[in-house]
Design a protein around this ligand. Sequence first.
Ligand SMILES: [Zn+2]
Length: 366
Amino acid sequence: QTLNPYYQGIAEEVSYDTIYNRLQTFENFGNKGLSSQGLKNTAKWIIYFYTNLGFTDIKVDTFIYSGNQLYNIIITKIGTEYPNKYFIIDGHYDAANCPGTDDNGSGTVIVMEVARLLKDINTKYSIKFIHFTGEESGFIGSHYYVNNTVIPQNMDILLLLNVDMVGGTAGMTNDIIKCERDEAGQSQNNATSYAYTDTLATLTSLYSSMQTEISNAYGSDYMPFEQNGEIITGYYEYNENPYNHTSGDILIHMDPLSVKELTKAATGATLYFSQAFNASIINKDNIKNTHIQLFPNPSNNVLYINSDKNIYFTLTNLIGEKIIDSIYVRKGQQTINIKSISSGSYFYMFTNEDNKFEGSGKLLIK
Ligand SMILES: [Zn+2]
């Protein structure tokens, strides 16, 4: 894999404040044990989040376990080329009778933010964003989903990425994340999991500042999938939080900055695995580097680009086809002839000599 500047531009939209505030909200719901009101309120909050964003395929799988009514929340986004093949990113939102801000508010907010960023992006594979319940009671929710949906529907799963407890430990340097591969259980699905996990590690270092360590998958919601022969991978924190499963599993004992960083990684990975191809989320002028100017916009015959460094300019149409592919723009003011390009809406993107994203926006050609 090489860095895709378009994916990077989307991953860079992850903001620390958003992640921090969402973790705080999650924490404020209090204990999230199976019979708690906190668990129900968290479910409502998650459902409202997706409804409010405009997702239309939101399924609340309701079932009874041990006298408690429980909810798996499944959001589906349909792919353009392989609508019946799913990339799944999941995280459980229940906790072990505590707030569970790290285990697993961290995974919960990551799944939410990846979904928000990908909502208007076209992907070739379908994506399911799943918030499981009952993980801490023995993968109750994921078992239920595999037995009642995956198996009866013979669901075709490309890969499941499980995000569970990734917020690290306050006061430590949390710049390493474990990428988990399937080393046990069914053996016929291990090799593919190894390959995907290597890819996940590469993508993680491309789209975030996190370093990676390969580890084994165990003890989380991917296990019922693994037992069904599916291909799994996962993220798990390197510095294990000492407050895990206690009332001390709260924001001040973890590292929200590492959650923000890992959200970028998960965004890049989801874009890559689902084969995202449309730049439609970039619907406004959002050049990050104010030292690059492009004008006039709208334009007809010629474009001017002012830049204080050497850059590359790429222009794509609305379905992601490259009209101008990475032409070199020397620093200073340069002109680009666009006379031969038919009128319509386009996306432009600037990258630097290290192939890093510098900015992007919409261009109207008259
Ligand atoms: Zn967990």
